[in-house]
Design a protein around this ligand. Structure first.
Ligand code: ZN
Length: 57
């Protein structure tokens, strides 16, 4: 079962296989340390809007 998060206005899928700390498109949970304001938030959406994540799926 996939886990979804919203970041930067797009819905991404978490790569659980890699430990759940990255999205499929490669953004890390701790990216906020490099990008002020970057945050993951829980989403009820089940529609991936990140084109990179969607391409991998
Ligand atoms: Zn993504």
């Amino acid at each position: 079962m996939a886990t979804f998060v919203e970041a930067e206005g797009m819905v991404h899928v978490i790569n659980d296989v890699a430990g759940g700390e990255h999205t499929l498109c490669g953004d890390a949970f701790d990216l906020a340390s490099d990008e002020p304001g970057y945050v993951w938030s829980e989403t009820r959406s089940r529609t991936v809007t990140c084109p990179l994540c969607a391409a991998i799926i």
